[in-house]
Design a protein around this ligand. Structure first.
Ligand SMILES: NC(=O)c1ccc[n+]([C@@H]2O[C@H](COP(=O)([O-])OP(=O)(O)OC[C@H]3O[C@@H](n4cnc5c(N)ncnc54)[C@H](OP(=O)(O)O)[C@@H]3O)[C@@H](O)[C@H]2O)c1
Length: 302
């Protein structure tokens, strides 16, 4: 297949390009930075330089690549994760305008399938939660519905993958979180009832590859592992696997006061299931639980 990857230089983009090349696909990898072209070439891809917010320049590189498949992994979040609503503004634009430009270019290029990487925590975010999160949720819904509508009107086969929270040894927010856990600066929350869907980065990559030729057009798949856990359990497991001191426990109101944005996201209850992805994509996570994923990178401290 000839695959065009938008977001190719990102956290999921790099391992995704590597895996696509290893599977024998011809890959065109988008970046805005001419300086990143060599790195993309070293992965075995052909780089393409354009800004996804510039419809004309994006259109010309997509059409020149003549892709059969287009994968959308564009975001512009701080590397270690968003900590306030304003951190989401550029990503909202990419999800609304960037999606429109990329989808339009993919259709004009005659691509058969368009796969959009979405974020499981946003489409269902409570409407009362906060203005910033509402805008991010609306932008994510816009991205998803543009893809699904194009699919319903038979312009392209559209598939949405709602990934859980990425983690893994190369994931910048995991690296930051471990650093904080080691210094006892990432507390657990007393009585934490949150349930968050996680997904190891390697499993997010393998699900994306599976969606190239499995799954039916116009569908949304939750790409999450087998067992949602609270952020507090994730912190305890990280402390355990990295041999760090036991995390401090604080009341939920303190987290809400000190980190209002993160508290809203991290204390959510969102126990999603990967049953549909397993059945229709022929995919299964290599790391069914967060602990399984950590055990690949760290041996549990004695
Ligand atoms: N991180 C998570 O926990 C998480 C969880 C769930 C879902 N996701 C999803 O995973 C995907 C990507 O996340 P990520 O963590 O890999 O992102 P990332 O590491 O921040 O990478 C962002 C990518 O987008 C590109 N980009 C940003 N603005 C652009 C623009 N205007 N024009 C062209 N390219 C642009 C960047 O390219 P250059 O800088 O090279 O131009 C880079 O390749 C998204 O679909 C997101 O919704 C992430």
């Amino acid at each position: 297949m000839k695959v065009f990857v938008a977001g190719a230089s990102g956290t999921i983009g790099i391992p995704l390009v590597r895996a696509l090349v290893a599977a024998g696909h011809q890959v065109t990898a988008l970046t805005r930075s001419p300086q990143k072209q060599d790195e993309l070439r070293r992965l075995g891809a052909t780089p393409a330089v354009a800004d996804a917010l510039d419809a004309d320049s994006l259109g010309s590189v997509v059409i020149a690549a003549k892709p059969t498949h287009v994968i959308h992994q564009l975001t512009a979040l701080p590397k270690e994760g968003p900590s306030r609503a304003s951190d989401l503004v550029s990503t909202n634009r990419l999800r609304i305008d960037g999606t429109r430009h990329l989808l339009d270019a993919a259709i004009r290029a005659g691509a058969r399938r368009f796969i959009g990487g979405s974020f499981a925590l946003l489409p269902g975010a409570e409407s009362a939660s906060s203005a910033g999160i509402n805008e991010a949720a609306n932008a994510t819904r816009s991205m998803e519905s543009q893809i699904l509508n194009a699919s319903r009107s038979h312009q392209i086969e559209g598939i949405v993958l709602r990934y859980g929270l990425f983690y893994g040894p190369t994931n910048p927010s995991t690296i930051k979180m471990i650093e904080m856990v080691q210094k006892r600066r990432f507390p657990t929350v007393r009585g934490d009832r949150g349930l968050l869907p996680f997904i190891h980065l390697d499993d997010a990559v393998s699900a994306t590859l599976a969606a190239l030729d499995h799954g039916s057009a116009g569908n949304v798949y939750d790409i999450v592992d087998d067992r949602a856990i609270s952020i507090s359990e994730a912190v305890r497991l990280m402390a355990d696997y990295t041999g760090s001191p036991s995390p401090r426990a604080v009341p939920a109101w303190l987290i809400r006061l000190l980190m209002p944005y993160r508290a809203r996201m991290l204390l959510m209850r969102l126990p999603l299931s990967n049953a549909k992805a397993r059945a229709e994509l022929g995919w299964r996570p290599m790391f069914p639980t967060f602990g399984d994923g950590l055990s690949k990178s760290f041996s549990r401290a004695a």
